[in-house]
Ligand binder design. Structure first.
Ligand code: ADP
Length: 485
């Protein structure tokens, strides 16, 4: 598997490793060092069309397998992902930058989705419905939707693939995966596992390439019945509009701008620790990471001091090095955006508690940004409205529940929110009042394979995870039977 980091790679279509028809490649960089670490085929529309054809041919036989048979393929995938977690984590860190331990955690988490959906494959239940006349029998059954295109982002190169592909395959849908062009090597490692597990040809296909080149094929090809996407809101809107012509089903997991609310009755040390996890994991490049940190007035000073103490201890560096907590940002563009947010906030009156600049180590040519804390942040600043996607913690003060709910809900996004309090009534009131799909109460890591992942407002359409995730790949069908005599 390690050869993935040295060779010209291939895509996987109809059970074979293939080059792009054009023979062109896209280089993959290590964001910590700036070095090229591999290359993948620059797939174009005909490559995507071939993979979609293969998936379409595989649909009926795959859907026709018994749930237990599909379950077995998924369970074997789970086992192999766990077995290879270290190898895949090294690839993931090399192309994405996150610390090796986080990368391994991600691979194991991805494996969990295969385990969970290996079970769920067996529970595609229908329903019988009491009829209005004695002569009728009514039932609702659920059937796989057909060929699914999954488009995934670079911030979780393994997890996002698993959360989409595992339920689709479990439901009986073949898939065509288009991973992010910045992190396609982890996808290749996962497809090597699919090959070893022996999925029938065409059930799982991988097309690498540039999103804007392949997008039109996914939208216009009539054989694609469903598009599931995680990425930017802008591309999500493009896919939603583009899918209207054929009424393709879509699931979109888009950006977030999570409020992280700490009340003065909370356990402050636990909230600080949670803030470090929520804000600095993956260098702040997660769609559910806290982007606006609301602290109740009486504890603002103490929280800020304690947070700064912890943030200063975070070790930056190449994610593959021992003991590193914060790796590089994905690229120069991301780095400049983060710096722009910080400069804008400072220019408008925010105080820099720590950090606030790009970081350079002698031996590394990557895109690093110092873990940063800003105080006195307010609504006039860019950081309060746009996703920063970087290691910057903006602290905003508030006094009452009503005030913080209004501020927290003042966003077009509605993905995750976090509330820290030891007051049970407040925990319920605030969780219920937040306009977001997910709320972590004293919990910085709410996402699990067993439960729902959902965005409200411009954060998404549809949902993933748990028993709910299967719905997105199944159509309901109503059958009414009139009995003879
Ligand atoms: P980011 O800005 O974080 O890179 P994107 O939304 O651009 O997020 O990318 C997420 C995924 O969407 C990637 O796999 C990317 O290749 C793909 N993508 C980008 N533009 C398009 C498009 N026009 N059509 C289809 N997929 C796209």
């Amino acid at each position: 598997m390690s050869s993935i980091l040295t060779d010209h790679q291939k895509m996987y279509s109809n059970g074979r490793w293939v080059e792009a028809i054009s023979g062109q490649y896209i280089e993959v960089m290590n964001p910590a060092t700036g070095e090229v670490i591999g290359s993948v085929p620059a797939g174009d529309r005909p490559d995507a069309a071939a993979a979609i054809d293969a998936a379409d041919k595989a649909f009926k036989p795959w859907a026709g397998k018994t749930p237990q048979e599909r379950s077995d393929y998924l369970y074997k995938t789970y086992e192999k992902l766990v077995e290879r977690a270290d190898e895949i984590a090294a690839i993931l860190t090399a192309e994405q930058g996150k610390p090796l331990q986080e990368a391994k955690g991600e691979v194991l988490f991805a494996a969990e989705y295969f385990r969970w959906y290996s079970e769920e494959a067996k529970r595609v239940y229908g329903e019988t419905i009491p009829a209005p006349t004695p002569a009728k029998r009514l039932m609702v059954i659920r059937q796989p939707i057909g060929v699914v295109v999954a488009i995934t982002p670079w911030n979780f190169p393994a997890l996002m693939i698993a959360r989409k592909i595992a339920p689709a395959l479990a439901a009986g849908c073949p898939i065509v995966l288009k991973p992010a062009e910045l992190t396609p090597l982890t996808a290749i490692a996962i497809f090597q596992i699919f090959e070893e597990v022996g999925f029938p040809a065409g059930v799982a296909n991988l097309v690498t390439g540039v999103g804007s080149v392949l997008g039109p094929e996914f939208l216009e090809n009539i054989k694609v019945k469903k598009i599931t996407f995680t990425g930017s809101t802008a591309v999500g809107k493009y896919l939603l509009k583009g899918s209207a012509d054929q009424m393709k089903k879509v699931s979109l997991e888009l950006g977030g701008h999570a409020p992280f609310i700490v009340f003065d009755d909370a356990d402050i040390d636990a909230a600080v620790e949670a803030c470090i996890i929520s804000k600095f994991r993956n260098a702040g490049q997660t769609c559910i990471c806290s982007n606006r940190i609301f602290i109740q007035d009486p504890i603002l000073g103490l929280f800020s001091e304690k947070l700064a103490e912890q943030v200063k201890k975070l070790k930056m560096g190449n994610g593959s090095a021992e003991g590193v907590d914060v790796g590089p940002l994905i690229d120069e563009r991301a780095l400049n955006k983060v710096h722009e947010h910080v400069q804008d906030a400072v220019a408008k009156g925010a105080k820099l508690v720590t950090g606030g600049s790009k970081w350079k180590a002698d031996s590394l040519d990557g895109s690093f940004y110092l873990p940063t804390i800003l105080r006195d942040v307010d609504d006039s600043m860019l950081i309060c409205h746009e996703e920063t996607f970087g290691p910057v913690a903006p602290l905003i003060s508030f006094s009452t529940e009503e005030e913080v709910l209004e501020k927290a809900n003042n966003s077009n996004y509605g993905l995750a929110s976090y509330v820290f309090t030891n007051d049970l009534g407040r925990a319920f009131r605030v969780s219920e009042g937040l306009e977001s799909g997910m709320v972590g109460v004293n919990d910085p890591l709410p996402t699990v394979a067993q439960s729902l992942f959902i965005g409200w407002k411009e954060s998404g359409v549809g949902y993933e995870g748990g028993k709910y995730g299967m719905d997105q790949y199944l159509e309901m069908k109503y059958i009414s039977m009139l009995l003879n005599g």
